[in-house]
Design a binder for this molecule. Structure first.
Ligand SMILES: Nc1ncnc2c1ncn2[C@@H]1O[C@H](COP(=O)(O)OP(=O)(O)OP(=O)(O)O)[C@@H](O)[C@H]1O
Ligand SMILES: [Mg+2]
Length: 224
Protein backbone atom coordinates (compact mmCIF):
# COMPACT_ATOMS: atom_id res chain seq x y z
CA UNK A 1 0.00 0.00 0.00
CA UNK A 2 1.41 3.40 -0.90
CA UNK A 3 1.12 6.28 1.52
CA UNK A 4 0.91 9.90 0.55
CA UNK A 5 3.74 11.69 2.31
CA UNK A 6 3.24 15.40 2.97
CA UNK A 7 6.56 16.05 4.54
CA UNK A 8 9.61 13.97 5.20
CA UNK A 9 12.32 15.52 7.32
CA UNK A 10 15.09 14.58 9.69
CA UNK A 11 12.82 15.00 12.71
CA UNK A 12 9.89 13.02 11.42
CA UNK A 13 7.30 12.72 8.69
CA UNK A 14 3.69 13.63 7.99
CA UNK A 15 1.51 11.39 5.88
CA UNK A 16 -2.10 10.68 5.13
CA UNK A 17 -3.68 7.73 6.85
CA UNK A 18 -6.82 6.83 8.68
CA UNK A 19 -8.08 6.49 12.20
CA UNK A 20 -11.09 4.22 12.79
CA UNK A 21 -11.88 4.42 9.10
CA UNK A 22 -11.73 8.23 8.95
CA UNK A 23 -9.04 9.87 6.83
CA UNK A 24 -6.55 11.80 8.90
CA UNK A 25 -3.04 13.15 9.00
CA UNK A 26 -0.39 11.18 10.87
CA UNK A 27 2.55 13.04 12.33
CA UNK A 28 5.30 10.64 13.24
CA UNK A 29 8.44 11.63 15.11
CA UNK A 30 11.62 9.66 14.57
CA UNK A 31 13.90 8.28 17.23
CA UNK A 32 17.10 10.32 17.30
CA UNK A 33 19.98 7.94 17.53
CA UNK A 34 22.41 10.63 18.63
CA UNK A 35 20.38 11.38 21.74
CA UNK A 36 20.43 9.31 24.88
CA UNK A 37 17.50 6.87 24.36
CA UNK A 38 15.72 7.78 27.60
CA UNK A 39 16.10 11.48 27.03
CA UNK A 40 14.93 11.09 23.43
CA UNK A 41 11.78 9.23 24.49
CA UNK A 42 11.12 11.86 27.13
CA UNK A 43 11.50 14.77 24.69
CA UNK A 44 9.38 13.10 22.02
CA UNK A 45 6.58 12.31 24.46
CA UNK A 46 6.72 15.80 25.90
CA UNK A 47 6.34 17.32 22.40
CA UNK A 48 3.48 15.00 21.48
CA UNK A 49 1.66 15.78 24.70
CA UNK A 50 2.25 19.49 24.25
CA UNK A 51 0.86 19.31 20.72
CA UNK A 52 -2.28 17.45 21.75
CA UNK A 53 -2.90 19.64 24.79
CA UNK A 54 -2.49 22.96 23.02
CA UNK A 55 -4.68 21.94 20.09
CA UNK A 56 -7.42 21.03 22.56
CA UNK A 57 -6.98 24.26 24.48
CA UNK A 58 -7.17 26.32 21.30
CA UNK A 59 -10.33 24.58 20.16
CA UNK A 60 -11.92 25.12 23.56
CA UNK A 61 -11.09 28.82 23.29
CA UNK A 62 -12.59 29.10 19.80
CA UNK A 63 -9.25 29.17 18.01
CA UNK A 64 -9.00 26.75 15.10
CA UNK A 65 -6.41 23.97 15.34
CA UNK A 66 -6.42 20.34 14.15
CA UNK A 67 -8.49 18.02 16.31
CA UNK A 68 -6.22 15.35 17.74
CA UNK A 69 -7.91 12.02 17.15
CA UNK A 70 -5.38 9.77 18.80
CA UNK A 71 -1.94 9.97 20.32
CA UNK A 72 0.24 6.86 20.34
CA UNK A 73 3.17 7.57 22.62
CA UNK A 74 4.80 4.20 21.88
CA UNK A 75 5.00 4.56 18.11
CA UNK A 76 5.40 8.36 18.35
CA UNK A 77 2.41 9.02 16.12
CA UNK A 78 -0.20 11.71 16.42
CA UNK A 79 -3.40 11.21 14.41
CA UNK A 80 -5.06 14.49 13.62
CA UNK A 81 -7.63 16.26 11.52
CA UNK A 82 -6.33 16.96 8.03
CA UNK A 83 -7.19 20.23 6.27
CA UNK A 84 -6.94 18.97 2.73
CA UNK A 85 -7.56 22.30 0.98
CA UNK A 86 -5.37 24.39 3.23
CA UNK A 87 -2.16 26.15 2.33
CA UNK A 88 0.35 27.71 4.68
CA UNK A 89 0.40 31.44 5.45
CA UNK A 90 3.84 31.45 3.83
CA UNK A 91 2.38 30.18 0.55
CA UNK A 92 -0.55 32.57 0.72
CA UNK A 93 1.66 35.62 1.28
CA UNK A 94 3.91 34.59 -1.62
CA UNK A 95 0.91 34.02 -3.89
CA UNK A 96 -0.65 37.39 -3.03
CA UNK A 97 2.62 39.16 -3.80
CA UNK A 98 3.08 37.27 -7.08
CA UNK A 99 -0.48 37.57 -8.39
CA UNK A 100 -1.82 40.97 -7.32
CA UNK A 101 -0.95 44.52 -8.28
CA UNK A 102 1.13 46.26 -5.59
CA UNK A 103 -1.68 48.36 -4.04
CA UNK A 104 -4.11 45.46 -3.97
CA UNK A 105 -1.46 43.07 -2.63
CA UNK A 106 -0.72 45.43 0.24
CA UNK A 107 -4.42 45.73 1.05
CA UNK A 108 -4.88 41.94 1.03
CA UNK A 109 -1.79 41.45 3.19
CA UNK A 110 -2.96 44.04 5.71
CA UNK A 111 -6.34 42.33 6.02
CA UNK A 112 -4.57 39.04 6.45
CA UNK A 113 -2.25 40.46 9.15
CA UNK A 114 -5.27 41.77 11.04
CA UNK A 115 -6.77 38.29 11.13
CA UNK A 116 -3.47 36.72 12.26
CA UNK A 117 -2.90 39.38 14.94
CA UNK A 118 -6.40 38.80 16.32
CA UNK A 119 -5.86 35.07 16.59
CA UNK A 120 -2.46 35.33 18.26
CA UNK A 121 -3.91 37.90 20.68
CA UNK A 122 -6.74 35.51 21.52
CA UNK A 123 -4.30 32.64 21.94
CA UNK A 124 -2.17 34.66 24.37
CA UNK A 125 -5.17 35.95 26.28
CA UNK A 126 -5.91 32.27 26.88
CA UNK A 127 -2.29 31.88 28.05
CA UNK A 128 -1.35 29.49 25.27
CA UNK A 129 2.25 29.99 24.16
CA UNK A 130 2.84 28.51 20.71
CA UNK A 131 6.62 28.23 20.87
CA UNK A 132 7.25 28.20 17.11
CA UNK A 133 5.19 30.91 15.45
CA UNK A 134 6.19 30.98 11.78
CA UNK A 135 4.21 31.37 8.57
CA UNK A 136 4.66 27.62 7.95
CA UNK A 137 2.83 26.86 11.17
CA UNK A 138 -0.28 28.85 10.25
CA UNK A 139 -2.72 27.27 7.79
CA UNK A 140 -5.23 29.04 5.61
CA UNK A 141 -8.29 26.94 4.92
CA UNK A 142 -10.56 28.31 2.17
CA UNK A 143 -14.23 28.63 3.13
CA UNK A 144 -16.56 29.83 0.40
CA UNK A 145 -15.22 33.22 -0.64
CA UNK A 146 -13.47 33.56 2.73
CA UNK A 147 -10.94 31.54 4.69
CA UNK A 148 -10.31 30.16 8.15
CA UNK A 149 -7.00 30.47 9.96
CA UNK A 150 -5.79 27.29 11.63
CA UNK A 151 -2.80 27.15 13.98
CA UNK A 152 -0.65 24.01 13.82
CA UNK A 153 2.63 22.49 15.06
CA UNK A 154 2.27 22.93 18.82
CA UNK A 155 5.14 20.60 19.78
CA UNK A 156 7.02 23.43 21.53
CA UNK A 157 3.95 24.99 23.10
CA UNK A 158 3.01 25.36 26.72
CA UNK A 159 0.50 27.00 28.98
CA UNK A 160 1.85 30.03 30.80
CA UNK A 161 0.50 33.34 32.00
CA UNK A 162 3.96 34.91 32.05
CA UNK A 163 4.34 37.99 29.90
CA UNK A 164 7.96 36.96 29.20
CA UNK A 165 6.86 33.83 27.30
CA UNK A 166 4.31 35.80 25.29
CA UNK A 167 6.99 38.36 24.46
CA UNK A 168 9.33 35.60 23.25
CA UNK A 169 6.51 34.09 21.15
CA UNK A 170 6.07 37.46 19.41
CA UNK A 171 9.79 37.83 18.93
CA UNK A 172 10.05 34.39 17.27
CA UNK A 173 7.29 35.45 14.88
CA UNK A 174 8.98 38.75 14.10
CA UNK A 175 12.27 36.98 13.30
CA UNK A 176 10.48 34.41 11.14
CA UNK A 177 8.70 37.15 9.16
CA UNK A 178 11.90 39.12 8.66
CA UNK A 179 13.74 36.09 7.33
CA UNK A 180 10.94 34.53 5.25
CA UNK A 181 9.13 37.62 3.96
CA UNK A 182 11.86 40.25 3.88
CA UNK A 183 10.23 42.01 0.89
CA UNK A 184 7.18 42.80 3.05
CA UNK A 185 8.71 44.44 6.12
CA UNK A 186 5.37 45.87 7.27
CA UNK A 187 3.73 42.51 8.09
CA UNK A 188 4.76 42.23 11.70
CA UNK A 189 3.81 45.76 12.79
CA UNK A 190 0.34 45.19 11.36
CA UNK A 191 -0.03 41.88 13.14
CA UNK A 192 1.04 43.61 16.34
CA UNK A 193 -1.49 46.43 15.87
CA UNK A 194 -4.39 43.97 15.99
CA UNK A 195 -2.70 41.86 18.65
CA UNK A 196 -2.74 44.86 21.00
CA UNK A 197 -6.48 45.15 20.58
CA UNK A 198 -7.16 41.50 21.43
CA UNK A 199 -4.52 40.23 23.81
CA UNK A 200 -6.36 41.35 26.90
CA UNK A 201 -5.62 43.31 29.99
CA UNK A 202 -1.90 42.68 30.26
CA UNK A 203 -1.32 44.01 26.75
CA UNK A 204 1.11 46.71 27.86
CA UNK A 205 3.14 44.33 30.01
CA UNK A 206 3.46 41.84 27.14
CA UNK A 207 4.54 44.54 24.72
CA UNK A 208 7.20 45.88 27.07
CA UNK A 209 8.46 42.33 27.57
CA UNK A 210 8.55 41.96 23.81
CA UNK A 211 10.66 45.13 23.52
CA UNK A 212 12.97 43.76 26.20
CA UNK A 213 13.38 40.42 24.41
CA UNK A 214 13.99 42.24 21.15
CA UNK A 215 16.69 44.40 22.75
CA UNK A 216 18.36 41.30 24.14
CA UNK A 217 18.19 39.75 20.66
CA UNK A 218 19.85 42.80 19.12
CA UNK A 219 22.64 42.73 21.65
CA UNK A 220 23.27 39.08 20.88
CA UNK A 221 23.36 39.75 17.15
CA UNK A 222 25.88 42.51 17.69
CA UNK A 223 28.12 40.37 19.86
CA UNK A 224 27.74 37.50 17.41
N1 LIG B 1 -3.50 19.27 10.09
C1 LIG B 1 -2.93 19.61 8.94
N2 LIG B 1 -3.67 19.76 7.81
C2 LIG B 1 -3.07 20.10 6.64
N3 LIG B 1 -1.74 20.30 6.48
C3 LIG B 1 -0.95 20.15 7.57
C4 LIG B 1 -1.49 19.82 8.85
N4 LIG B 1 -0.48 19.74 9.73
C5 LIG B 1 0.64 20.02 9.05
N5 LIG B 1 0.39 20.29 7.75
C6 LIG B 1 1.38 20.62 6.69
O1 LIG B 1 2.60 19.94 6.98
C7 LIG B 1 3.65 20.88 7.28
C8 LIG B 1 4.51 20.38 8.43
O2 LIG B 1 3.71 20.19 9.60
P1 LIG B 1 4.20 20.62 11.05
O3 LIG B 1 4.50 22.07 11.04
O4 LIG B 1 3.21 20.12 12.04
O5 LIG B 1 5.51 19.75 11.16
P2 LIG B 1 7.03 20.12 11.39
O6 LIG B 1 7.30 21.56 11.12
O7 LIG B 1 7.83 19.10 10.69
O8 LIG B 1 7.02 19.83 12.91
P3 LIG B 1 8.06 20.04 14.08
O9 LIG B 1 8.57 21.45 13.91
O10 LIG B 1 7.21 19.82 15.31
O11 LIG B 1 9.11 18.98 13.86
C9 LIG B 1 2.93 22.19 7.58
O12 LIG B 1 3.74 23.32 7.30
C10 LIG B 1 1.71 22.09 6.68
O13 LIG B 1 2.05 22.46 5.36
MG1 LIG C 1 6.13 23.30 11.30
Amino acid sequence: MSVEILKQGAEGRLYLGDFKGEPCLIKERFVKKYRHPELDTQITRQRMKAEAKASGRCLAAGILAPKILHSDLNTHKLYMEYFDKAKTAKQLIQEIVASQAEEQAKKSLLEFCTRIGGIIGKMHSNHIIHGDLTTSNILIDPKGGDYDIVLIDFGLSHYNQATEDKGVDLYVLERALISTHSEQPFLFENILAEYRRTCGKDEQAVLSKFEEVRARGRKRTMIG
